[in-house]
Design a protein around this ligand. Structure first.
Ligand code: TMP
Length: 202
């Protein structure tokens, strides 16, 4: 049987990383074998591209093409084989991030992302996306306390507002797939929302 594909999204500082172990445990307790991965990254080549993407300045077209190059490799080497073997795949970010960052925040025409999505993914979409949402001030404050910021984490509050709006717009367009998790709450309350959202696929 084919496994399910779950993705986690949200702007930097929205708290998704905090909840990954909890989600992995829930799925493992439900009896599924879980492959956890991330984008950009997830393969040897993808991790090399991640270093470049997170630290080098480049044109938004170049950035989008490299994101999808890493994604193509990720899909072919890891995501599709795992799903076909019956494992569930939990990916920290996927194509919604390209819509939010490269299109929503950096202004790339969404049509370009649609073209690449259709080329690289065909019909494949996540079965469920958890969108971790916090007000921009919270994410900016969390990032200010974090380790050395990467290129994206150094962006302005305006940039994060555009990301948040783009993500919430995606959630409105795809309510059957994207569950918005209010992560500006105590951890146990966020966990309850995650459990609720996962019920749609478990
Ligand atoms: P992370 O810090 O959550 O691992 O994500 C890496 C950064 O890459 C994050 O700032 C968002 C950015 N990103 C994009 O801009 N476009 C994409 O398609 C993906 C997957 C990530």
């Amino acid at each position: 049987m084919q496994g399910k594909f779950i993705t986690l999204e949200g702007m930097d500082g929205a708290g998704k990383s905090t909840h990954i172990p909890f989600i992995q445990n829930l799925l493992a307790q439900a009896g599924y074998s879980v492959v956890s991965t991330r984008e950009p990254g997830g393969t040897e080549l993808g991790e090399k591209l991640r270093e470049i993407l997170l630290h080098d300045a480049m044109h938004v077209d170049t950035e989008t093409l490299l994101m999808f190059a890493a994604r193509a490799e990720h899909l072919q080497q890891l995501i599709l084989p795992a799903l076909n073997a019956g494992s569930w795949v939990l990916s920290d970010r996927f194509t919604d991030a390209t819509f939010a960052y490269q299109s929503g925040a950096k202004g790339l025409n969404a049509e370009r992302v649609l073209q690449l999505e259709s080329w690289v993914q065909g019909q494949l979409q996540p079965d469920l996306t958890l969108l971790f949402d916090v007000p921009v001030e919270i994410s900016v404050a969390r990032l200010a306390q974090a380790r050395t910021p990467d290129k994206f984490e150094r962006e302005s509050a305006d940039f994060f507002t555009r990301i948040r709006n783009a993500y919430l717009g995606r959630a409105n367009q795809h309510p059957e797939r994207i569950a918005v998790i209010d992560s500006n709450q105590a951890i146990h309350l966020v966990e309850q929302q995650i459990i609720q959202a996962l019920k749609s696929v478990l």
